[in-house]
Write a protein that binds this ligand. Structure first.
Ligand code: ADP
Ligand code: MG
Length: 396
């Protein structure tokens, strides 16, 4: 799916060419897992898979959206964007708009509010979406669609929002219009990514910094290993881990685990039960690993971060207990085949691992991972390279 697919869909629904095409990227997380809701640090990057929005204005005061993924267009009068003023997710659960369209219409609603404008201030628009970000694969197709639409409306409606404000618009659309409680990491990395770089985000201050990865210079690539294990326990496990983090912070008398460092861990161990302590230790050490990764990249380049990736995986496996045998197998097989580093990525209980490997070893590492899965009788994994790429942009 490309610019041309979005253009073609636009032509089909609007009978004319769009004013332009905008896009934003999917994302993966290099390091910093479950730290976001503890007001900690994350280091995600935008990937080459993108979502495109072909958009044109018209005189009707209506907003119309279509996607190659759900070709029946959805239409709403601009003034009816106020349906999203109600309780979070209400416009979807009450059946007023299909869930997928709430991502797009919700961005229009949140963008106007963020810019201090009303539906009466802007012309109607047609929006056609095409995407090659796999949905629900942990690569954040939701942030990609939000980022593409936010970038398009920011330009066409002259809203003058900054990239960080556009990321907040995406999060608000997802939280309030769709009704999905998420942080801001996905939107920040989708929108603010740069080629061969990751985006450092401080989830407390929302300070962001682009961090050069230097993969091209060092002849390295990132391999995604999709274990095909569904996140069966993900929502229960996520709730449980969040609760443990809150419990740990309360026991230590701090608002968030972000406020602790490694020096606090001996006291934490005395104050809480073993499980809560290990959850706390993961967050505290993972925050430090994000900082250390940023420093190691600057000082020694990407070959210097291998041990941090491996330590992050061990912490998620042993302390946070969110890995599964398939993810451990993927990491071990990749390391055995010469990966510089590897770790599970995302919320856990399934999903994908990433491995930092020489560009010349893609076939070899893929074969080693496939063989290890076959030997264990696991479903065959799917391996593909993910390239740190540019975030939101206007394509034409
Ligand atoms: P992900 O991990 O991929 O972000 P989410 O559940 O957060 O998974 O978001 C996926 C949802 O986003 C889809 O179910 C759909 O509602 C919406 N979405 C994503 N991409 C598209 C698209 N190209 N067209 C229409 N809706 C999309
Ligand atoms: Mg998502």
């Amino acid at each position: 799916m490309t610019v041309d697919d979005a253009r073609a869909l636009f032509l089909a629904i609007a009978g004319r060419a769009p004013e332009g095409v905008w896009s934003s990227a999917g994302r993966a997380n290099l390091i910093g897992e479950h730290t976001d809701y503890n007001e900690g640090f994350v280091l995600p990057f935008a990937i080459q898979h993108r979502t495109y929005a072909a958009v044109g204005m018209h005189a009707d005061l209506r907003i119309r959206v279509a996607s190659t993924f759900a070709p029946d267009p959805v239409e709403l009068a601009l003034e009816d964007l106020s349906i999203f003023d109600g309780p979070a997710g209400d416009a979807v659960t009450s059946g007023r708009v299909p869930e997928w369209a709430a991502y797009v219409l919700g961005v229009a609603w949140a963008a106007l509010a963020a810019a201090g404008r009303t539906a009466a201030d802007v012309p109607g628009v047609d929006i056609a979406i095409a995407s090659d970000v796999p949905v629900g694969a942990g690569l954040s197709s939701s942030a990609a669609i939000e980022g593409a639409v936010a970038a398009a409306l920011n330009d066409l409606w002259a809203l003058e929002l900054t990239p960080l404000e556009l990321a907040k618009v995406g999060r608000r659309a997802e939280n309030e219009a769709v009704g999905a409680p998420t942080g801001i990491m996905d939107q920040v990395s989708s929108i603010m990514g740069r080629a061969d770089a990751a985006t450092f985000l401080d989830c407390r201050t929302l300070e962001t910094r682009s961090v050069d990865l230097g993969l091209e210079r060092e002849g390295l690539v990132l391999l995604a290993i999709d274990t095909k294990v569904e996140h069966a326990h993900a929502s229960g496990g996520y709730r449980d881990r969040r609760a443990a983090c809150e419990r740990g912070a309360a026991a230590m008398g701090v608002p968030w685990l972000r406020d602790l460092t490694a020096a606090d861990l001996p006291r934490a161990q005395e104050l809480m039960d073993d499980v809560t302590f290990r959850r706390v230790r993961h967050i505290v050490t993972e925050n430090q690993r994000v900082i250390d990764t940023v420093e190691a990249l600057a000082a020694g380049g990407p070959r210097a971060i291998g041990d941090l990736l491996v330590a992050s995986h061990a912490s998620m496996r042993d302390d946070f207990e969110i890995s599964v045998p398939e993810l451990d197998t993927a990491v071990e097989a990749a390391l055995g085949a010469g990966a510089v580093g590897a770790r599970m990525t995302g919320g856990g209980f399934g999903g994908s691992a990433i491995a930092l490997i020489p560009a010349t070893s893609v076939a070899q590492v893929t074969a080693a991972v496939e063989a290890a899965f076959a030997a264990q009788g696991y479903t065959a994994p799917v391996c593909f390279t993910i390239t740190p790429s540019e975030g939101a942009r206007r394509d034409e």
